[in-house]
Structure formats: C-alpha cells, structure tokens
Design a protein around this ligand. Structure first.
Ligand SMILES: Cc1cc2ncn([C@H]3O[C@H](COP(=O)(O)O)[C@@H](O)[C@H]3O)c2cc1C
Ligand SMILES: O=C(O)c1cccnc1
Length: 340
C-alpha cells in the first residue's frame, strides 16, 4: 500500500491499475443463492438484491456488513475560478471546509443520520492550481503525489468509502475532463454547477473549450487529461478509488465532479470501476449521460446538485437497508412459509 506523498510517477499508477483484484465470485454466488431463499418473491427487493450481492463479492463473504462507512471529502482551489466561471468566489471553499469541521454543512447532517464518519482532506487551499485555460493544473510528479495522498482515505479502514468534494470552479474542471476524455462539443459537458447562467455560463463553456483545445495533443492518455485539466481534489479522488480497489473496499460515487475522477480510471482500464456504485444522479445535466457511458446506474435520483459527497452519503441508507434485509430475513424454510 502506498502511503507516501513523495511523488510516484504515472508508471507506478499504471502498475497499480494492472494489479486490481476482482470480486470474490464464490461469495457473490453464495449471496445470490441466499437471496433466492429469503422470504420474498424472487427479485422482489429489486436493486437491493443486486447491492447485497455486490457488497458480498467485494467483502468476500456471503453475509457482508457495513460497520464503518466513511465519507471522504477532498477540498481544493482552482485558478480557473478567477475567470468568473462560478457564481461564488473561491473563498467559499475554505469557508465550507470550516463549516464541515463545525458539523454544520448538509453532508454532516446526512452522515449523522446514517452513522457515517466524515473525513475532510484539505489540499493546499492557499495555493490554487494554475488556470487550466493557460497552463497544466499539475506536473506529473504533483499529480501522482496527489493521487497517493488520496489513498489516505483508506487509512481508517472504512468498509464503505463514499467520496465527496469541495472546490469552487470544479464543475468547470469536471466538464473539461469529460470533454477531454469523450470529445464532442464543450457545451455538451457544461452545466450550471452552483447556478451559473448567462455570461457566467458562457465563460464556463469558453474556458472548457479553450482548456481542452490547449491540451489537444495529449488527450489519448487519461492520466495526462487528469493532470492537465484536473484539480487536486479530482486527482486525490482518483487515487482513493484505486486504493479502495486494491483493498477490495466498495466505493460510492457522488455527483458530476466525483464521477470525473472515476471516468479517468475507467479510461485507463475498463474494469477499474467494478467496485463502484453511483450513489445518485446529480441535476448537473450531463451527469446522466456520463453514468450511462460508465455503465453505472444511480441508486438515487433526487434532483440534488450540491456535491460535498451528499448524494453518496444519502445512498448509505439504501445500501445498509439492502444488507439488513440480506442478513436478517428468514429463508422460506426457516419461517415456515410456503414457497410458490
Ligand atoms: C455554499 C456552497 C456549498 C457547497 N457545497 C458544495 N458545493 C459545490 O459547489 C462547487 C462547484 O460548483 P461551481 O463549479 O459552480 O463552483 C463545489 O465546490 C461543490 O462541491 C458548494 C457550493 C457552495 C456555494
Ligand atoms: O454534481 C455535482 O457534483 C455538483 C453539482 C453542482 C455543484 N457541485 C457539484
């Protein structure tokens, strides 16, 4: 396990990607068989059945448990925000980090409801990354070191890792990553974020177009897309998703920005998100199409567009309920109920 923040080059990241384990197929099969015996018509718990089988596979046991769900929120500042691509100033990022620490943000309340731990990772908030329209956000060494830092999200040994972020301007960064990875027109990937309209929205589309245009020669390498167009929180989340996989810890993605980190890994290896669930689909317009492209079906669809890991945290309730049914329900035989 890599815990150093001293700068691994991208080759080391690619080596880790090549070592990703798969789920325990025996545990999955045992969990699926159990689902078929529980006192309910087969399939009647719908997606909850799939979620229980999914967690069983990654935990390697027929009856999995989630006792230490953790929401890791990564916060960073972005030079591109100075272009006026968000209705809010960059200072809000630091102020929201203080609000997380005070327990007063939305994500704190949701974590409280489901007994989830919240860890906030602050990534050099006083040093914004360069404006991606003009320059690369990160060097290779910085990007790889930031990915390694993100691996710290596993340090408390969570048994479910939910990811979140805070960084004014980062829906612009996410849009640039998607445009860089998937092409199309810049406007397809740009949405309101915190509420951009009119000229703010127009500046956002132009920033995404220009940043990707500047990086055009390097777009076939997903790690180059990440370092040129990404921010520190996006790189750290990519590292966290990869580290979780190496430890077979299931991951819950949040909205558009978290999904950009996931998309980089999927572009490196088609199986890289096999341990990930999409906690929700954000109201950010392109999120639904991105999830489809990644083969992820959102658990919740509540019109949320906050970030902070709030949608991922909210889905813990569904995931825990899936496991409670899986573990606690009687089989037809145990309950003495007649099978159809
Ligand atoms: C008070 C406040 C709390 C937030 N919590 C998450 N975000 C969210 O908004 C930001 C991205 O939107 P944009 O790209 O439009 O700046 C991120 O920091 C994100 O997590 C917030 C934004 C604000 C203003
Ligand atoms: O979907 C998201 O991640 C999102 C949407 C709006 C603002 N911040 C984040």
């Amino acid at each position: 396990m890599l815990r150093s923040a001293s700068g691994l080059p991208f080759d080391d990241i690619r080596n880790l990607v090549a070592q990703m384990p798969g789920p325990d197929e025996e545990a999955r099969a045992a969990a699926a068989a159990r689902q078929g015996q529980l006192v309910k018509p087969p399939g009647a718990l719908g997606r909850l059945e799939e979620i229980a089988i999914f967690i069983a596979g990654w935990q390697g046991r027929e009856i999995p448990q989630i006792n230490r769900p953790t929401v890791a929120v990564f916060a960073a500042t972005h030079g591109v925000a100075a272009r006026g691509v968000s209705p809010y100033p960059s200072e809000v990022t630091k102020q929201m980090v203080a609000t997380f620490t005070d327990g007063k943000a939305a994500v704190n309340q949701i974590c409280g409801v489901f007994g989830a731990g919240l860890r906030v990772f602050d990534l050099a908030l006083d040093m914004p990354t360069p404006d991606i329209v003009e320059r690369d956000a990160l060097t290779e060494a910085e990007c790889a070191a930031t990915m390694a830092f993100g691996m710290e999200a596993l340090a408390g040994e969570p048994d479910l890792l939910c990811l979140g972020e805070m960084g004014i301007g980062n829906t612009t960064v996410a849009a640039a990553i998607f445009h860089g990875l998937y092409g199309g027109e810049a406007a397809e990937w740009v949405g309101p974020g915190t509420g951009a309209t009119g000229e703010v929205l127009a500046r956002k589309v132009e920033a995404v177009r220009a940043a990707v245009e500047r990086s055009r020669a390097h777009l076939d390498d997903p790690l180059e897309v990440l370092r040129k167009l990404g921010g520190r929180e996006v790189a750290a989340m990519a590292g966290a998703i990869l580290a979780a996989r190496l430890q077979r810890v299931p991951v819950v993605l949040d909205g558009y920005v978290v999904t950009a980190a996931a998309a980089v890994l999927k572009a490196l290896d088609l199986t890289a998100l096999d341990h990930c669930l999409a906690g929700h689909v954000s109201a950010e317009p392109a999120h639904r199409a991105v999830l489809e492209r990644l083969g992820l079906r959102p658990i919740l669809d509540l019109g949320m567009r906050l970030g902070e890991g709030s949608g991922a945290a909210l889905s813990i309730g569904v995931i825990k309920s899936a496991l409670a049914c899986h573990a606690g329900m009687a089989t037809f035989a145990e309950a003495g109920v007649a099978e159809g």
